[in-house]
Design a protein around this ligand. Sequence first.
Ligand code: SF4
Length: 464
Amino acid sequence: MNRPPAGRRVFIETWGCQMNELDTQRMTGLLMQQGILPTREVTEADLILLNSCTVREKAEQKVYSRLGEYRLLKRERPGLRIGLCGCVAQQEGERALERVADLDFVLGPARVGEIAALLPRLEAGERVVATGFPAERSYEFDAIARGEDFKGMVTVIEGCDKRCTFCIVPSTRGPERCRPLADVVAEVRHLLAFGFREIELLGQTVNHWRGAGGEDFADLLDAVAPLPGLARLRFMTSFPRDFTPPMIDCFRRHENLCDFLHLPVQSGSDRVLRRMGRGYAIAEYDDLVGRIREARPSVALSTDLIVGFPGETEEDFRQTLGLVERLRFASLFAFRYSPRPGTASVRLDGGVPDDVAQERLQRLLAAQNRIQAGINAGLAGRTFEVLVTGPGREPGRRIGRTSCNRIVHFEASPEAAPAGELVRVQIDRPLPHSLLGTLVGGGAGNPPTAATDLPPRRRLPVLA
Ligand code: SF4
């Protein structure tokens, strides 16, 4: 096979959260405008980007070990350019260039929009560090190469002004910057005009969004949810203390607001929450969950938990287990505490030994698996509206997601359940992490009545 001309293929490896995924889509789109196309084969790439995550130490180590592997490719191909992007890039800056001799550039998450402008400097052999948080920067949403052609992520707020003692995000993603309401609405309209059905509003603390005219996140939801053609609206990640009654009421007002909410709690112990600097007590979190469930009884909640935080006692941990038993989350992400450089928690006393933290993590995951299996078992026989995402792994099967973010497998032809359409699926057999069902018809919102006068479906560039 002929090799593509030099500088015409980019391979991007992405770790971490949806914010990083979206940054990858942005960089891909900007590079495509320069004629540089994405590839899944690292061996045919002329540009390799590692879009990194630094939330846990392990993720950071992985990035460095991957850089070590990629620099060997450079020995065979001196024209190859390698860039470190994402949160490790922001954290390491110049140090990364010193540590990895064959690294060509370091690009922080707030600078991804500058990727195309870097190219001539790289071609001239310059090694570049672009980090920090410029006050002014462009956000060309029409240049984003979307990951799917029916579900789009839209940034509404970047950075974070909170100071949770374990978290490195405020230093890697910078201070909070809110996008203007009109920009967010324009981007959502743009996606809907291309036939997108589901929109996910993104931000590190998405519900802390503020508009220039004093609007809050409830106002933003009120502006976006009624847009014609929008079948589903999600948002991620919410900070418990920033949830207001009008935001909760949005679950009553907007039917297309998904039956899903990710609400990180981090610990079930007030003592640990205080040491984490979270600014709420468990009674307040319990109360918030109660009010959200009252507004939308079908909502599926997910959360994040850290075990083995400095000073966490067995009693604190039992309170976390108690919280999980009491609130019965549909899913949770639990991790052992990982000390991050520059965060306040590294100075806290009472470090929990690794084996104790690991044992607690196992107990927590075992409890959650049992709870989740019980919740899923209760879904048998129910019918869900499913947004089809494409073919399943097994022949003849299709796959999709419910509004409550559960994965559903079902038998159907691509014609009966095309990707991007809403169909109705009855659940026959709940599996530990997904559901198996039978197609019983088109979805209620399929096609959405308000979207019938939209222009014919067009396609945006989609990542390979
Ligand atoms: S709210 Fe806390 S955990 Fe979330 S990004 Fe901000 S500092 Fe980190």
